[in-house]
Design a binder for this molecule. Structure first.
Ligand SMILES: [Zn+2]
Ligand SMILES: [Zn+2]
Length: 309
């Protein structure tokens, strides 16, 4: 197996692109795809100040590393869920990367704010752990961006995440979510930060290979609460389809993006923008879900975070 670009021995075979590449050419190939995604979908412009949501895993740390390498200087945000062992080890990897990149990272500790880790928080509000985690992360990350003046929140969702979520939405025809996925979710000035996913068209396998080739030190273990069984089943099914028909996954997701783009023109009026009476951030009712969560803990609406670097 030889590299299609330089003819040296190849390190990776990409069946969906019918190509094999050596380490250097693979890195260039993947970085090119990310910078093309950023430009094609207008994810970031020169006046933007991006910040990357980091978890310590391969996707977010590779993205943070790559963004800075491509000239999109970005700081990081980490929400420490207070999970025994796991959260501390994740933070360790993040600090290490912050040092390498010479960038800042904002850290929100769930335990400092609520005196409990995420599992106890979820029990108090009687919600599944991942749902409580989602509420807190969405709110805190948006809040840090707005408070600190970052204009784009960058997340590490990859092709496999998007394809499996899309697959699940189609299987159950979840109309309320079906057309909401995109490489970019526009924000609202002063209240809601724009969100982007530059790895939308990069597979988990490609990102893992990139992380290894670049010597990125990330946390291998998965969050003990994350990955609901269904997502893993969908990923497995899509991988089997990919195995027999290489390129299907990327076609599925790219085709979806094209339909979303067409639909964009016939978009029905945005759902009414309402603001939380307590904190002033976007919500669907009088009080946002984060403030309702805080109420259960009686800590009031104060959000404080640490800064490293
Ligand atoms: Zn090569
Ligand atoms: Zn609120």
């Amino acid at each position: 197996m030889k590299c299609r670009v330089c003819g040296k021995p190849a390190n990776i075979n990409l069946r969906s692109y019918k190509t094999s590449l050596c380490e250097d050419d693979f890195i260039a190939f993947l970085e090119k795809r990310v910078s093309t995604t950023i430009k094609k979908y207008r994810l970031i412009d020169e006046t933007d100040t991006p910040i990357v949501a980091v978890s310590g895993g391969k996707d977010s740390l590779s993205l943070w590393y790559m963004m800075n390498g491509l000239g999109y200087a970005s700081d990081g945000i980490y929400v420490d869920l207070g999970i025994e062992g796991y959260s501390g080890r994740s933070l360790e990897k993040i600090r290490q990367m912050a040092d390498i990149l010479q960038r800042k990272v904002y850290i929100f500790h769930v335990r400092n704010a609520l005196q409990e880790g995420i599992d106890s928080v979820a029990k108090v509000i009687r919600r599944p752990t991942c749902s409580a985690c989602g509420t807190i992360k969405r709110y805190i990350m948006n809040r840090i961006c707005i408070d600190k003046g970052y204009t784009v929140l960058v997340t590490g969702h990859n092709l496999d995440d998007e394809a499996s979520a899309l697959f699940g939405n189609v299987l159950y025809w979840k109309k309320e979510y079906l057309w909401k996925k995109n490489v970019v979710l526009e924000g609202k000035e002063d209240h809601l930060v724009k969100k982007i996913k530059p790895f939308f068209l990069c597979s988990e396998r490609e990102i893992a290979a990139y992380a290894i080739m670049k010597g990125i030190d990330y946390i291998y273990e998965e969050c003990p609460f994350s990955k609901d069984a269904k997502t893993l089943v969908y990923k497995g099914i899509l991988n089997r389809i990919e195995e027999s028909s290489p390129g299907t996954k990327i076609m599925f997701v790219k085709g979806y993006l094209n339909v979303v783009k067409e639909k964009g023109d016939e978009k029905e009026g945005d759902r009414e923008g309402r603001y939380c009476l307590q904190c002033g951030y976007p919500t669907f009712s009088d009080k946002c879900s984060f403030c309702r969560l805080l109420d259960k803990f009686g800590t009031g609406c104060s959000v404080e975070f640490d800064q490293y670097g």
